[in-house]
Design a protein around this ligand. Structure first.
Ligand code: SF4
Length: 231
């Protein structure tokens, strides 16, 4: 039995957060004009990728008209264009685009999850929603036994990974690792890399450029190469 697949099926029917259940359903019903012919997913958005991955990417939460519409993480929005473009460039994806669930996208040696799996209003989950969703991340960290590099997209995802380590009883140095773009921390058994999130707030303002973003995935590739292949 593929237990990661089982976990994702359980996640897809989760309704623990009343505010997010109401929001994801309302957005799916109301839609936006450009997607009025879509049947929105409107449920928790499962993680996606290679169960044997050595690279784990952690995002914040699905976008209202991205993952919440298409049902696949980082799919159908500009953040996804950036993410899969960078993954493809670094050899972790078979194509640079992610448009809908049946577009042929496959990840190789990479798995993508999120701190929160339901689209939140204004892209801002509440503290209790992070707490409610964390058990899914914990179970993924246990099940993804080959992960050697964790790449956190944004400070919140970075903090979510550190919090998950504490919950799992894994060591967290003091002072706590600090988030920064292209920051690298050796937190056994993984290397933790921080990246600015490819949100429009960062990409439209130039805080994050394509070059900067692609370079952190090359860092991840180099970190994996340096660690060697686990057999
Ligand atoms: Fe469940 Fe996570 Fe969605 Fe909350 S955010 S309803 S815990 S899947």
């Amino acid at each position: 039995m593929n237990t990661l697949a089982t976990l994702q099926r359980q996640l897809a029917s989760c309704s623990l957060c009343p505010r997010l259940v109401a929001y994801r359903g309302r957005i799916a019903h109301e839609k936006v004009k450009r997607y009025r012919d879509w049947e929105y997913w409107g449920k928790p958005v499962p993680s996606f990728g290679d169960p044997q991955a050595r690279l784990l990417v952690i995002g914040l939460a699905p976008a209202a008209h991205g993952g919440n519409r298409t049902g696949r993480i980082f799919t159908g929005d500009r953040s996804g264009d950036w993410l899969y473009g960078a993954l493809h460039d670094a050899g972790f994806a078979n194509q640079p685009t992610s448009i809908h669930k049946d577009d042929g996208l496959q990840l190789n040696d990479c798995y993508i999850t999120a701190a929160v799996h339901c689209a939140p209003p204004e892209n801002k989950p509440l503290p209790e929603e992070f707490t409610a969703c964390r058990p899914y991340l914990l179970r993924e960290l246990i099940l993804l036994q080959r992960v050697q590099v964790v790449l956190a997209l944004g400070q919140i995802a970075f903090a979510a990974y550190v919090a998950a380590r504490r919950d799992l009883g894994l060591a967290v140095p003091s002072p706590q690792p600090r988030f920064g773009h292209a920051s690298v921390h050796r937190l056994e058994p993984v290397t933790l890399i921080g990246s600015y999130h490819p949100s429009q707030q960062n990409t439209f303002t130039g805080r994050l450029t394509r070059e900067m973003f692609h370079s952190v995935f090359q860092q991840a590739r180099a970190a994996l190469d340096a660690r060697g292949v686990v057999l």
